[in-house]
Design a protein around this ligand. Sequence first.
Ligand code: FES
Length: 126
Amino acid sequence: MRSRTTTPPGSPDASVEDSRAAVKPEAGWTFALHADDLWEGEMVGVVCGGTDVLVARLDAEVRAYENRCPHAGSRLSDGFLEAAKLTCSAHRWEFDLQTGAGINPVRCRLRRFPVKIIDGDILIQL
Ligand code: FES
């Protein structure tokens, strides 16, 4: 989990309010990470509201899935991402991160969570 830097009282910037801290949390949406911390073609695992979530940015769109392989439960964020194809590190099952559909085998699917970005924060609906 990330921590925020705060300005000590009495310093020149103490009266400037952090605009991110001023954002009111929305019901049902949980902060995952800052959008600037997720580059194009990158994926990361974050624990979000007690749920392990895989967050990826592909074609400028952020997607979130349960960070658990449907085969035997390995963390998908420990796998390998090549274009939109995620390969699980445990037994090499493959998934399309554009859709969450299984590539090999095709009969499986990742659980997807809704995502929105507000003021540079990636929020997940768990
Ligand atoms: S746990 Fe992912 S392929 Fe087996």
